[in-house]
Write a protein that binds this ligand. Structure first.
Ligand SMILES: [Fe+2]
Length: 213
């Protein structure tokens, strides 16, 4: 019977795998975890603004739903730190800062109550999801190599959730993009009533805040 060859995973046993590992790879893994932890926290602040800015009920609901998912992901990341024998800490994620800024621009640069705004918000949100999918996929793989199976499982859970969120956004986009294009020609009246239940949402928005900057 052959031992595993060719992809490096057979090396996992050579080192003090798991929590005691002091390898450079383990340090890098910690840095990426800190970055991702910060990214999620930035997103916690941004999602309520995106939900409030969205025109359609579907997109508003998707952002609100992803807010509660993101809250759980922050907690799960804390569990990942612990399961990896690492201190919970945060390091500013420049990439998420830029992505959040693009989300703010999506709102600033489009008309209030328009479906084009939703198209712009979906673009921004999917960029966020793809960034997170890259981060969690990489973290999951590194955790496996480091022999951190519990952490790898937790990271996989979040990775799956980010994939689901991305799929939801794609589904909403397939409808909204077309409607946005139609309502461009028509004079907005036909497809949707932009106000919707948006006023109702104002009540459950989290403590008004400093704009993330
Ligand atoms: Fe997330």
């Amino acid at each position: 019977m052959k031992t595993n060859t060719g992809n490096g995973s057979a090396k996992a046993g050579r080192k003090p795998s798991g929590a005691e590992d002091n390898s450079e790879l383990k340090k890098l893994y910690h840095e990426i975890l800190k970055d991702t932890y910060n990214a999620e926290k930035q997103l916690l602040k941004a999602l309520p603004k995106m939900a409030k800015g969205a025109t359609s009920e579907e997109l508003t609901a998707a952002f609100e739903d992803h807010l509660s998912v993101t809250e759980e992901q922050v907690t799960r990341l804390e569990q990942v730190f612990e399961a990896s024998g690492l201190k919970v800490s945060s390091k500013k994620c420049e990439a998420m800062e830029g992505l959040v800024k693009e989300g703010e621009e999506a709102i600033e640069e489009t008309e209030d109550g328009s479906l084009v705004r939703d198209v712009a918000l979906i673009v921004a949100a999917q960029k966020v999801e793809h960034y997170e999918i890259a981060a969690y996929g990489s973290l999951r793989s590194i955790a496996s190599i480091l022999g951190l199976s519990e952490a790898a499982n937790l990271l996989q859970e979040t990775l799956d959730e980010e994939g689901d969120a991305d799929k939801t956004l794609s589904d909403i986009a397939s409808q909204i993009n077309a409607e946005a294009y139609e309502s461009d020609d028509e004079d907005s009246s036909s497809t949707r009533t932009p106000e919707k239940s948006k006023k109702a949402q104002e009540s459950n928005k989290p403590s008004a805040g400093k704009s993330s900057r």
